[in-house]
Every structure is written in structure tokens, then in C-alpha cells.
Design a protein around this ligand. Sequence first.
Ligand code: FUB
Length: 833
Amino acid sequence: MRHLYICVLVLFASALAVYSQNPIINYSFSADPTARVFDGKIYLYPSHDIESPVARLKDWFCMEDYHVYSSEDLVNWMDHGVILSQNNVPWVERDSYSMWAPDCVYKGGKYYFYFPAKAKNAKGFSVGVAVADNPSGPFMPDWKPISGIQGIDPCVMVDKDGSAYIYWAGNGLRMAKLKDNMRELASEPVLIEGLPEGFKEGPFVFERNGKYYLTFPWVKDKTETLAYAMGDSPMGPFDFKGIMMDESPTGCWTNHHSVVEYKGQWYLFYHHNDFSPEADKRRSVRIDTLCFNADGTIRKVKPTLRGVGVTNARMKIQIDRYSEASKKGVGISFVDEKNKFEGWKCELAKVKSWVRYNQVDFGTQPVQEVKMRVKSLHGGTLKVEVADKEVAQIKVPACKDWCIIRESVRDVPKGIQDVRLMLQQGGAVEIDWLGFDAVPWSAGAFETHQYRNFFAEMGYSQAAIDAKLNEVFNEVFYGENKVYFEVGDSMAYISDVKNHDVRTEGMSYGMMIAVQFDRKDIFDRLWRWCKKYMQHQDGRLKGYFAWSCQTDGTRNSEGPASDGELYYVTSLIFASNRWGNSSGINYLAEAQNILDCSMQKTGMDAVTPFINVEQKLITFTPTGFGARFTDPSYHLPAFYEVWARWANDGRSRFWRECAQKSREYLHKSIHPVTGLNPDYNNYDGSLLNSGGIIGDAFRFDSWRVPMNIALDYSWACADKEWQQEYGNKIQNFLYSQGLYDFKDQYNVDGSPVKEVLQAGEYKQLRHSLGLVATSAAVSLVCTDVKCYEFVKQLWEAKHEPYEDGYLDKYYDGLLRLFAFMHLSGRYQIIFPQ
Ligand code: FUB
């Protein structure tokens, strides 16, 4: 009874936090997980299995580097990238692919990362250490391995008094005390005695309530179980207690683990071969809850698919990771056998078969519909229950290919509830995922290479989507209202026809659109015009572009507007990735030239880099006073991630920091209630209060922000929660003004503007198509069902003169085209081909 009491308390505590499904890393292999808590965050240091590039390791462990991951909620894991690589460690044998199970601990202001690998000119494994000031690195490896250790799987335990002990596997489990420098042994290694027979590796030692737990993989029968012993001191002796996890049900020969307490709950991190059922040397990290009995012994942990914790109802719920299922009629298989990282699907094959998924958070606002990705040969009816109460019946039509269906739900309780899905009648139904309300994307395209086709999700046919996209594209480039004009055989410009000029904004947008549509002809023409008339080839502005020219190329203004440079660089990198650099224009060299020229500016002659180097934020313009503030609509953090990957200009780390800073800045720039932003503001997000008509209010420039945030979400998905909240917020505000009536200029608090900003020769508040477009594009991030109405409005909107005769072919036209590209999944990261 007492045992049960302890576990109930523990489970209750875990319900307060948010955790993920198993396996937790679903786009690459990961094994041997050591989890540690540093500064209130959980850090995961696994080894990194890969498909072997060398024949000798085809069926063996193959690991060339380590990544570190962190999480504050155990659901959203941030991959901090590679922290150590085999050929960057001086003592590791080149290309030995032997970076096995690591550990990382903190002591005296430094983080010590311990890892085994094959040393040059040595037999077997050695253990080395790399040191960092931060848990995510950078880690500097020592020149030589720790002397006195021959073996694998180091685990270091820093005791309450600050003494550190190292444990490893090398002809049995061994241990020694570490010196204060954490890089040398302070005592002779000793063999840990008193453990039963059976190959043992992967020791993990932790302390709880004055007891020391020596836990380790142990082969009792065929494959590794996880077992443990307990003692009163870090050096033992240890009393063998038994098994805490049985052999892997999927036949994975190894298991390797760590035990950690986080926010009052204990967890077991371990691995199985979920994504590689055919080869057990490609493994995946999992987490399950671990409970102790009152006497301190460990209760056996049962591996689950569900993992631990709470899943957001408004995100994809991978129902195949269920917590419970009917005895018969439920099948789980890969969505795509050829690409297992696509994950699993669940088949309900028999009437009355069901799956239950526990701990789904419905939040505090009622949900209105359920959405599912399904397939069914003959069609069937599914019943959805929340908290054991029916909330919907869904008729799944016969569909051989995956389709997304939506159905209203009634009286769904709020808070954390279980969801159950049952086949009510008809034939078998396969379910990839389900979710409530709009269900946005959960991972970025940098990682997944996938894009939402929002129109298709709403039920528009692909033929209709293609036709519409074509029509909108043609309007901009070839129709009666076109803004693209060819000049001679090799050049073209895009004109802001209402202002009778050519702007870097429109030219660089045109290049981005051209590379997205694989129109090298358009791209090259536009670039040649830019280079000939707009780009400064020498002088203090060298590399920058005159932001406005007449259509014959005469400059209206010499100075740059930084968003032009931003789009030029990104579209040139994409052009280089798509078409290479040897067909007449060296796109990459042109992008690098812009960046290099910019970064070489020193502020002399009042010209600075167009990215403010101290703030790591884009300037409004890199000349004069304009360098002292920014424009929220110039912030596209994902563009910097493109530069970090492919600009190849030696500034990757800086560009990544810019992406991060830009996201942080946007948080501060947006009104907390309305979601509106000003046209310009200070780098800290505060209003300029300049008194000018352009600046503090939400007007033309500002319209782009919702679309830009949608792009960042869909490409990088690095700021998911905030961006979802933002999307819902700005749509709520516009909706409150009337979906078909909202105006195109507001003060950021939502009050009406005193003075209306003129566009071309017209001064009029209107329901502008540009804002209709961008407020629809942000639906990609939204979780509220009203986002469908914004998209429907855009789909049906006509690009024709307003009542007073005004027609903005350029800005409305381009924003409309961008929005159509976004919502049809056709605005993509162009990876090197
Ligand atoms: O990952 C390679 C080896 O497999 C580890 O070092 C062992 O613990 C086992 O998991």
C-alpha cells in the first residue's frame, strides 16, 4: 500500500509538466542517452548512430560525432548541433567512427564531457574529456585521453561534497576517484565486485536519499536488461538488487541508460531500435517514468510508446504512440517503409477496436473541431471520445491515399484529458495523426523538408490550387496588371507602378519568386538590371543598392533599404543551390560580395553593415540616422539560417545568433494584446515616438510581419509557442474589426489612426488585399479554427480596383502571390541540389 502511495504522488507530479512520445528524437538515430539537469534545463548527451559510410562497420556501431539536445519541458527538444567530431579530437584515430557512449558533468564553473573512442596507435578504447563554459559547448577536447582508463562508457558522478568519481566498462565494471582537475585519476582503478555473471557495460551511478545506485546493462539471458545494485558510498560495496528494465521487446541487443530527477519526477532515459527494426546498431532514445519503492529499491520500468507527460491537443497527436489499446484489431506500422523517420500509423481493423492516448491538454478555451490524417479502402466511421464521453462521429470516406478530414466536436472538456478513438462501423481505417482545431506544423522544413499545403487541407483540389497559383503568378508577371517588364534580351525590372519607380524591395521579391518557381530566365534578367543600375560598384556604398530608381535606371536615391539586401542575399544563395554557379552568373559569389562589402563597413562616412553588428539586428538602412533603428517587417530569422548554412562566408555562427536575436526582438516589437507592430522601432522593440506619420503605427510595411512569422515557423519552427500565440492574437484582433472589413492602418494598440498614410495618389483607409493576404498566410501557425476563414477570404478575393478606382498592382499583387505560395506549400527552402 505504501509503495502504491509513493508512485501515485510521483505520477501526479509528472502531470504538471509536459513530456513527449517515444522515441523522442525522430529525425536521426540517437543512443546511449545521458540526461543531466543544468540551470533548470534538461540536457541530453546521447551518442549518434549513423548508417555506416565504411564497409567494415556496416553491421556494427558507427558513430562519428556527438550532438547535445536541451529541453525545458521534455517535449520540445532543441538540437544544439554537433559538439564534438571524431576528426577534431587530436588523439582519436581518424575515421574510426568510434565515438561511443558519453557523459557530461558540471564542476567549478565548467562542463566536462567524457567520451570513449579508439585512440591513435593504441589497442581498444580510451576515454577522453572535452571542456566547455556552457552545457551546449563549444567543447575543447584535451590533447590526450585520460591516462589509466582502458575501456568504454564513462560515467562521472560528482558527489554532494564535490568529490568526483569515474566509472567505466573495461573487462568488468571499474571505477576510480577523479582529481579536482577532472582530467586525471586520483586513485588506482578498481574492479567493482559482487555483481552477478553476465556481460556488463554502460554503468550509471547516481545518489538518492544518501544511497548510491550503480545501474548497468546486464545480460542475464540473451540480450541486455537494465539492472542495479545499491551501496552506501560512491566506491561501494554495492549490493545487487535485480532488474529495473527487461530485455528489449524489439530484440535490440544493447540497452544503455541514465536516471535523472527533473522537476520532482524521476526518469529513465534508455534506447531501443524503434526506427531500425532490422538492424539493432541504429538506435533511438526513449524516456519513461521511474518510481522508487519506500525502501529505496527501484520498481521495474515498462517501456511504453506513449513516453511520459502531456501532449497539446492543438498539435498533432501521434495516436500510434497510444497508452492503451483494445486486445484485438489494432495494428501499428511505418507510414513509409522506405523512410522510417516519417513515423508510424495506427490501423483500426475491427469494429469496436480502439486506442487510448492519455494526458492531452485541451487548455482553457473550448476546441471546435477534430482533424485527422486518414486512409481507408472502403470507408468507416470513427468515434472520438474525450474523458470517456463521445465528442464526435467521423465518417471516413473510402480513400486510398492519405486525406485530411475535419469534423465538429461538441462539449469537449477543458484541461488534461484522455482521448479514445474507436472504429464504430465499416471497414478498416488507418490514422496517421489527429488533433483539435487548426493543428499547425510541429517541425521546421530545415529538418523535415516538408511544407503544409493549407489549401489542400481545407479541401481545395490540387488542380484548383495549381490553377490559382498559376493565375496569381501570371497576373504579376504577364497579365494586364503586370508589374514585371522585360528590357532588351537580357534584363527586366519590377516596378512599383503607382509610385512610378523600381525598388530593391520589388526586384529582390521578384528574384525570390523566380527562384521558387525555377524561372532562371526571370531571375537572371532581374539580377542583371539590379547589378547594372542599382548596385554601387565602388565608393562608400560599394556592394549596396540604390533603393529606388526610375524605370530607365536613373537613381532616385543612392541609399539602400536593408530589406532589399536581405532578400538579394537569400535569393542569390537559393539560386546558387538550385542552378549552380557556372551558367553565366556566379550567384554565390554575388551573395558573398554583398555580405562581405557590408560587413567591411566600419561606420566611417556614416555607412555601417546592414545588419547592426552589436545588436545582431537588421538596420532600417545602413546609412546615417536609419542605422539607429529597425523595421519589424525586415525580420526574417529563417533567412539568416539559410546564410548560416550556405553563404559559406565564414560567419555561420554570427548568422545563427542573428536569427536568435531577431526572434527575441520580434517578441518585444509586437503589441501584447492586438498582435500589431509598428512600421519602425528601436532595437529594443520600443516605439520611436518620432512624431512622423510613418513609424509608430501599423501601416503598409507592417503588413508583412504576419507572413514573415509564418515563414519562420514553417522553415525553422524554432519559436513555435510564441508564434502560435502571435498568429492567434493578430487574427483575433482583425476578426474583431470584421473579417471582411478590417482596415489596413491602426495604431498598435488597435485604435484608429489619426492620419491616413497615402499610397500613390490615394489617401484612404481600406480593406487592402495585401493585408488580407498576409493575415491569411499567418494561418500556417494558428491553432484557432477561424484561420480557415482568413484563407477562404484570400482564396476568393479578387485583385481589382477598389471602389475609388485605386489598384495596387505592385504591393498587393506581390503580397498576394507570396501568400498563395505559402499556403500551397510552394514557398520553400532551396537546398543544394
Ligand atoms: O553505443 C555503443 C555501445 O553500445 C555503448 O558504448 C554501449 O553501452 C552499448 O550501448
